[in-house]
Design a protein around this ligand. Structure first.
Ligand code: 4AD
Ligand code: MG
Length: 476
């Protein structure tokens, strides 16, 4: 099955070379022009068909979606949209695609509709662009950390601990749900379960990454994580990918520096390697924006927004200062926030977006959150009220990264776990890191899909992961 990829072929000078290409028909116009795509690039190749030379029965079978093998000659194009095109000498149909049944037609489909046919939406230019960028970002993440000498650690997917202590876990069991064994107190008898204890899908690889950092000093994880939170929003998935670096000998400032450098590296990587995809997505976004009411529109086109984020240093301020700003904002005074602003509250997306999009107009890093709204492992500040947390907030996204300096002092960590009802017996291995050669250390978690959302200008997280898992939805 020798063929030339369309991406390579489009780079060549057309000189009547004999070529073989294979791909899927995007459109077939006037019984004359086939627009062929093989996924090597978002560009299509124009195939020119002299219909007098081919049987009518054959040409009738060519529709959107039909897969073809074409042999022909590469010539300069007569049309203005492309440099070269292929004059077909032979056409072989590899697979028919009946037009009346094929859901993808050469017209604009809504993203909602395409979500319902996620098994086919990969074949559209929009999703080819999104997933090519997603692929590039995954590669760039490894490149960034590998260049710095970080060690990639595979944290387990099945675990018996709740890393975030938030109880949003999917249980993993082989017990017969129609006949669950109970102990004498009427509780589920997990000793009869596969692992001999209760198990769940991981919500975060952080705790295991910390174990790695206590040996290699700089590590990262990059894997799937699962949250059984019932959040039906454009920014939450039940299954998402997370990158979690963890570093010994880093305080919160070092942590913020690394996170900012990483985000800028990844955005720059996208700009450099995916100009065609970004152009396409930018155009798509501009058209989508036109449908929205004026005040909800994005003011900056995608490429400009990405460039802007690399140029400016991120704004850094404390949670307490941010609450002051929000309280004094005209937005708050005019009661435009759905959730009233008050010190101690968890910031809602509307507050995060106000800070980023209205107040500072650039990415913002908030630090030192109230300890009540953050996880048990964060380092406690002298004030007794706040912890060394950091969240990075991005335009159009809200929180893209959450992280902290970790509590490295055994006594304080132990106490906090007791206060928060986290079993110190079950988690003895985590506490051991603080007993055996503890060091100041920090880390953060980047939500991969939120990064892809930002870099592609898509607006729903379900459109940046091939097969999204959300409440009441586990198709494909
Ligand atoms: O803020 P989170 O919950 O932090 C942690 O899990 C820490 N263990 C990270 C660490 O310090 N190593 O999650 C981190 C990031 C969020 O900022 C967000 O980008 C993403 O993960 N995230 C989600 N993305 C999609 N769907 C969800 N349901 C998400 N929950 C968190
Ligand atoms: Mg968070």
């Amino acid at each position: 099955m020798k063929r030339t990829k369309i991406k390579d072929l489009l780079q060549w000078e057309p000189q009547n070379q004999e070529v073989t290409v294979m791909g899927w028909t995007r459109t077939f116009r006037n019984n004359q022009f086939i627009s062929l795509n093989d996924g090597s690039t978002i560009q299509n190749l124009q195939i020119v068909v002299d219909y007098t030379k081919f049987p009518e029965e054959l040409l009738k079978r060519i529709h959107t979606g039909t897969s073809l093998k074409i042999e022909g000659i590469l010539v300069p194009s007569q049309g203005k949209n492309q440099k070269s095109e292929v004059l077909a000498q032979s056409i072989e149909i590899l697979g028919d695609c009946p037009a009346e049944e094929y859901p993808l037609q050469p017209k604009k489909h809504s993203l909602e509709f395409l979500r319902e046919i996620a098994h086919l939406r990969l074949r559209t230019t929009t999703f080819q662009s999104v997933f090519r960028i997603r692929n590039g970002l995954a590669f760039a993440i490894h490149q960034f950390f590998q260049n710095k000498g970080f060690v990639y650690i595979h944290s387990p997917i099945i675990t018996s601990s709740d890393a975030e202590g938030a109880g949003e876990m999917f249980q993993v069991t082989t017990l017969d749900l129609n006949n669950v064994p109970k102990d004498e107190n009427g509780k589920v008898d997990y000793s009869q379960d596969f692992f001999g204890k209760a198990a769940n899908l991981t919500v975060s690889g952080q705790l295991e990454a910390e174990l790695g950092a206590m040996s290699f000093s700089e590590v990262y994880t990059f894997g799937p994580t699962f949250r059984a939170e019932n959040s039906n929003t454009p920014r939450h998935l039940a299954e998402f990918w997370m990158i979690e670096p963890e570093m010994a000998f880093y305080d919160l400032n070092d942590n913020m520096d690394l996170a900012e450098e990483m985000l800028k590296y990844l955005i720059e990587y996208t700009l450099k390697n995916y100009p065609e995809e970004l152009q396409f997505l930018q155009q798509r976004q501009l058209e989508e924006e036109k449908q929205k009411p004026q005040n909800e529109r994005n003011t900056m086109p995608l490429i400009e927004k990405l460039e802007f984020c690399i140029k400016e240093p991120f704004e850094r301020l404390s949670y307490t200062k941010a609450i002051e700003i929000l309280e004094n904002s005209s937005y708050n005074k005019k009661k435009k926030f759905q959730f009233p602003v008050k010190w101690g509250m968890d910031l809602q997306t509307e507050h995060e977006r106000y800070l980023v999009e209205k107040e500072f107009q650039k990415p913002v890093i908030l630090t030192d959150y109230p300890k009540e709204i953050k996880a048990f492992y964060m380092r406690q500040n002298e004030d007794g009220k706040t912890v060394r947390a950091m969240d990075i907030l991005f335009p159009g996204i809200g929180e893209i990264i959450g992280g902290s300096q970790r509590e490295e002092r055994y006594e304080l960590l132990y106490q906090r776990m007791k206060e928060m009802n986290i079993s110190t017996e079950e988690m003895y291995w985590y506490l051991d890191t603080r007993r055996f050669g503890t060091v100041p250390h920090s880390g953060f978690g980047l939500g991969f899909e939120r990064l892809v959302l930002f870099c592609t200008g898509m607006s729903n997280i379900r459109d940046v992961i091939p097969f999204p898992r959300t409440p009441k939805n586990c198709a494909f």
